[in-house]
Write a protein that binds this ligand. Structure first.
Ligand code: CAO
Length: 567
């Protein structure tokens, strides 16, 4: 008879009702021991629950979105062999509760003798005086000789308290070691590839004593063994103890957005990191599609697939990696004072996306002007009416979204994507339209779903709600996915025509600028008309120039006479 094991959510410290963000296995799938089964993510930590033994997965009892606590059933494992059978309830590690404790003070189980991450000076120096702290690898459970995968600071760098200094990664967990206090990094003793254990020196920190920053004596209780980046210093982040519950803490890699700091560590779990390393993929170049930008194994696969299907022109060895001559690095400080300002994560990501589109897609931009005189009159009167009855304010954007969606019915190639192998077009039977939103953190593109089946008032309400969420940094990943076409509206700002960059794998994007009154010849006289500049960029591999010109003319007709939208 088959030997089975019930897999349950292990001890996850003080966490409860933690959302499941990924289920990584399917019914009947064979898994190796330690292969991650599900991923849990609280607002502070990402945890993988791996298989405690090799076997075949049956009776999955968890789905994405479920909220689980310790003991929640995950699945049953039909064990691969007697030798690998493990007890149904793994033993709880003594250190685990402390390790994952979210409590503001260390959990009582925290080993009293845990190596403090910092040796503070013997006596508190006077306020304003400098002192030196030795920063060492803190208590990391039973792990030893853990490889350093990234060193995030250099000698002489000024760091904030809790700013990550190095990243350690075992085959089960990835953890950052943060600075225990603000200061200047001195005598850095580690480099990527070194193997570290508890107590090994990392660097010294030259700190300026203030009442807050420099305790009079070492305070291991206040310095968590491994604290999560971008989180309050009071939070403990543990490592799992080997051979015990199948809990892997992957978080200290903080989710975005992250305040200014050093180069950000790509946000990915150990399984993804291991996979990327096996393939030699630099995770910093991989856009994450998981919750809060988390990089998934599938993202690494897509990245590699895209690289492999790129035209040969990008492999020219003589010209460097991408075949594009690099822009030379210049020491600007030779010419005057400068300041280095770290880029927000969203800006870095959008830079990647835009560059990717720019170099992959042969762009052409077709411009035209749409007569929105009637639209504007209608919009203003309807907006007042809608607002008076508690509805949304009407801007030009929802009309444009609707008009583009209707035009895409007549010109379906604008609602297509090129297959990755370039051999076919994927025609979409749905219509989701994204719109660029300018936010304090950079450009984001929320997507309105199912535009064909929505009226303009509903589009106004949804676009306003999504734009607000975008500005508040609260967009969920699925609210930025699934777009078929994008609109970039600068009409509320000014300017005339521009060249928007296609949001690949979409094939078209409409840039909209500020409408202005212009004299327009009606055959017998000039009439004052409100003309809106439109700039349609398209992927010339998919769309012919004539097709694009017909599309923009048709779009202008729809916008110019809204009755056509009802046809
Ligand atoms: N012509 C004339 N007026 C226009 C207009 C146009 N084409 N487009 C908008 N307006 C008006 C609006 O109607 C509104 O006027 P009222 O207050 O009198 O009603 C005013 O300008 C402000 O509109 P808005 O821009 O705040 O609202 P919107 O719904 O038109 O746009 C959003 C929302 C999110 C698209 C916009 O706020 C935004 O972020 N735009 C920037 C997009 C961007 O950065 N694009 C570049 C991407 S590539 O780097």
């Amino acid at each position: 008879m088959a030997n089975t094991m019930d897999v349950k959510v292990p001890d996850i410290g003080n966490y409860a009702d933690v959302p499941v963000i990924e289920v990584l296995v399917a019914e009947g799938e064979s898994v190796e021991a330690e292969q991650p089964l599900i991923v849990l993510e609280s607002d502070k930590a990402t945890l993988e629950v791996p298989a405690p033994a090799a076997g075949v997965v049956h009776g999955i009892k968890i789905k994405v979105g479920d909220k689980v606590s310790e003991g929640h059933a995950v699945c049953t494992l039909e064990l691969a062999g007697e030798a690998e059978a493990a007890p149904a309830e793994p033993a709880r590690p003594a250190a685990a509760p402390a390790a994952v404790a979210e409590a503001p003070t260390p959990a009582p189980e925290a080993p009293a003798a845990a190596t403090p991450p910092v040796s503070a000076p013997a006596a508190a120096p006077a306020s304003g005086a400098t002192s030196t702290l030795d920063v060492r690898v803190p208590d990391i459970g039973n792990y030893s000789d853990v490889p350093v995968i990234e060193v995030l600071v250099a000698d002489g760098d000024a760091v904030e308290a809790e700013q990550p200094l190095i990243v350690l990664e075992s085959d089960k967990a990835t953890l950052e070691v943060p600075a225990p206090a603000a200061g200047i990094v001195r005598g850095l003793k580690v480099k990527a590839g070194d193997k570290l254990s508890e107590g090994n020196p990392i660097c010294s920190l030259e700190t300026t004593a203030t009442a807050d920053a420099t305790p009079a004596a070492p305070a291991p209780a206040a310095a968590p063994p491994v604290a999560a980046a971008a989180k309050p210093s009071t939070e403990s982040q543990p490592w799992p103890v080997p051979g015990t519950p199948p809990l892997v803490d992957t978080q200290p890699i903080a989710p975005p957005p992250k305040p200014a700091g050093p180069e950000q560590v790509p946000y990915a779990g150990p399984a993804t990191r291991k996979f990327a390393r096996e393939l030699g993929v630099d995770l910093a170049q991989v856009p994450g599609t998981g919750p809060r930008g988390r990089i998934l194994v599938e993202d690494v696969q897509t990245f590699v697939k895209n690289r492999m299907t790129q035209p040969a022109t990008t492999t020219s060895a003589a010209a460097g990696g991408s075949g594009i001559p690099p822009i030379p690095a210049i020491d600007f400080s030779k010419f005057g004072p400068i300041e280095s300002k770290p880029l927000a994560r969203i800006r870095k990501l959008s830079a990647q996306f835009l560059h990717r589109s720019w170099v992959n897609v042969p762009h052409v931009t077709q411009t035209d002007e749409a007569d929105i005189t009637e639209l504007e009159a209608f919009r203003k009167s309807m907006s007042q009416e809608l607002v008076a009855s508690g509805g949304p304010k009407l801007t030009v954007l929802p009309f444009l979204i609707k008009a583009v969606a209707v035009a895409m019915r007549t010109y379906p190639e604008f609602n297509a994507s090129l297959a990755p192998d370039g051999e076919s077009l994927i025609m979409k039977g749905y219509c989701n339209i994204g719109f660029a939103a300018d936010t304090p953190n950079g450009l984001v593109v929320p997507v309105i779903k199912d535009v064909w089946n929505k009226g303009i008032a509903q589009l106004a309400e949804e676009s306003a709600a999504l734009a607000k969420k975008a500005r508040d940094g609260k967009l969920k990943p699925d609210e930025m996915q699934g777009g078929c076409f994008s609109i970039s509206s600068l009409g509320g700002i000014g300017g005339s025509f521009f060249t928007p960059i296609v949001n690949a794998p979409e094939v078209g994007i409409l840039g909209v600028s500020k409408a202005q009154m212009k004299p327009v010849w009606d055959g017998s006289a000039f009439q004052p008309r409100l003309m809106c500049p439109l700039s349609l960029s398209y992927d010339h591999r998919v769309i012919d120039g004539a097709y694009a010109a017909r599309f923009i003319v048709h779009l202008g007709q729809l916008i110019g006479d809204l009755r056509r939208l009802a046809l």
